[in-house]
Design a protein around this ligand. Structure first.
Ligand SMILES: Nc1ncnc2c1ncn2[C@@H]1O[C@H](COP(=O)(O)OP(=O)(O)O)[C@@H](O)[C@H]1O
Ligand SMILES: [Mg+2]
Length: 457
């Protein structure tokens, strides 16, 4: 790509010499005889070479004006002997370099080369940063896995339209977060975002909640009340757990999706609304379709833009980034001292299966940070959920319960055996398939060998 250099110089001869030199070096050149003229051309330049003393707007003023335009173009000032102070002032004002007149063409090229190199570095640095931002984070949504990358792309592509989006994924994968991101990236961002949790509303109240009611529509309807859809007019409705909507309501949703119209309960006046609908499901909606509990036509109306969010265990490359994100979030919100996770800590997080997905990871990090109060979370500081796991033979793919060593696991089993045997060691040993002596040996190791060792004898 050819670089364009703007020369702002009222001395035509000098301007011409510089131009010839730059053109022969392969640059495109614009020339201006005044600061005012220069300012107009500064936008398309990759570098500005300006004399300091100019009729009208001088070089320093031009420099300020360029910066006021928020332009990142580097400026090199040229000045005659005796005005070094001004050159210094220009540097302070943000010029990248200066040339003292008279200067050799060689020196000119060196300064130009350096200035361009510097800005190229600066640009690359900025692009890199932007790319990093794009790569690992979209708003407050963190993810570097290909799946999340694709989701970021989809969000930006569809946010601007009114297209219905269907988010599918297990609980805790980020459906809420994504629904909000879609709303806040749309031109509806200033308009209401109304979330409707379809599971939380009892079936007999759902119609009135969603579509509103007129006074006297039912016993207890002492006033008229608009529903959630009306509240969301010109904004976005987020229908969470759409799979739980009963068939009687499914029909009405279908009508909203197709015609954008509905009636309040107890009214025959048809109302029109302009809402964008984002729906979420964690159950396999396809299964509900096959079983006939979810209308096929509604499904296709909802599934215009499907976004499938994989469980966290299927995108482990996000775990470390999410952990760092939550640590930083806690530091910001609670002033916690924790700054990160050690490699061993990350290893530990990677080894876990995250049944509760990102929500669980967030909770684990929060609990670990609170309980540890340390600067870096190390493996032992990570407090994973120790929800009881059904014991299964190792052959079935299970291993030690998360976070336990073999010794700890053995000890917990021995304790359990003692409990079941009501403290009788012979019986406990039988339960464990050990001789009484073998059990006693283990108890000694555990520091549990006791004077009552003969109790069970
Ligand atoms: N990719 C992500 N980046 C940052 N935080 C996330 C991400 N996914 C989920 N979270 C956080 O995890 C928690 C659960 O997410 P949520 O959107 O409520 O999940 P869902 O609606 O799928 O159950 C929230 O606190 C959310 O902010
Ligand atoms: Mg949710």
């Amino acid at each position: 790509m050819k670089r364009r250099i703007l020369i702002v110089e009222d001395e035509e001869k000098l301007s011409r010499v510089i131009e010839l030199q730059l053109v022969s070096a392969g640059f495109d050149v614009d020339k201006a005889g005044t600061g005012e003229e220069g300012l107009k051309l500064a936008d398309r330049a990759n570098l500005v070479l300006t004399d300091l003393r100019l009729p009208g707007m001088d070089g320093l003023e031009l420099l300020h004006a360029i910066h006021r335009q928020n332009s990142q173009v580097p400026v090199v000032v040229m000045t005659a002997y005796g005005t070094v102070e001004v050159a210094v002032e220009a540097m302070k004002a943000g010029a990248v370099d200066f040339l003292l007149k008279p200067f050799s063409l060689e020196h000119l090229m060196a300064v130009v080369g350096k200035a361009l190199e510097l800005t190229q570095l600066r640009d690359e640095n900025r692009e890199l940063k932007e790319e990093l931002g794009r790569r690992y984070q979209f708003d407050n949504i963190v993810g570097r896995s290909p799946a999340m990358q694709e989701i970021f792309g989809t969000i930006s592509r569809v946010a601007g339209s009114r297209a219905t989006v269907l988010l599918a994924g297990e609980s805790g994968v980020g459906k809420d977060l994504i629904a909000r991101a879609i709303h806040f990236h749309s031109n509806r961002r200033e308009r209401p975002f109304v979330k409707i949790n379809c599971t939380a509303i009892p079936e007999n109240l759902m119609e009135s909640e969603l579509f509103g009611y007129e006074k006297g529509a039912f016993t207890g309807a002492s006033t008229t009340k608009p529903g959630k859809f009306e509240q969301a007019d010109t904004g976005t409705v987020f229908l969470d757990e759409i799979g739980d909507v009963p068939p009687s309501i499914q029909v009405k949703l279908l009508r909203i999706l197709q015609e954008r119209e509905f009636e309040r309960l107890g009214s025959n006046k048809t109302r029109h609304i302009d809402v964008r609908i984002v729906a979420a499901t964690n159950a396999d909606l396809r299964q509900a379709l096959e079983q006939g509990t979810f209308r096929e036509d509604l499904y296709y109306r909802l599934n215009v833009v499907p976004i499938n969010i994989p469980p966290l265990r299927d995108r482990r490359e996000d775990i470390a980034y999410l952990a760092e994100h939550f640590v930083a979030k806690l530091a910001k919100e609670t002033g916690s001292e924790t700054r990160g996770v050690t490699p061993a800590g990350v290893e530990r997080l990677l080894g876990y299966h995250w049944p509760g997905n990102v929500r669980e990871l967030e909770n684990v990090i929060e609990r670990s940070v609170v309980l540890c109060g340390c600067v870096m979370l190390d493996a032992p500081d990570i407090r994973l959920d120790m929800s009881p796991q059904r014991p299964q033979p190792a052959a079935a793919g299970t291993f030690l319960p998360e976070g336990m060593t073999l010794d700890q696991y053995e000890q917990s089993i021995i304790r359990e055996a003692l409990k079941r045997a009501a403290g009788n060691k012979s019986q406990a040993a039988r339960l464990l398939g050990l001789t009484r002596n073998a059990l006693r040996y283990r108890l000694t190791q555990m520091g549990l060998d006791s004077a009552d060792a003969s109790n069970g004898a």
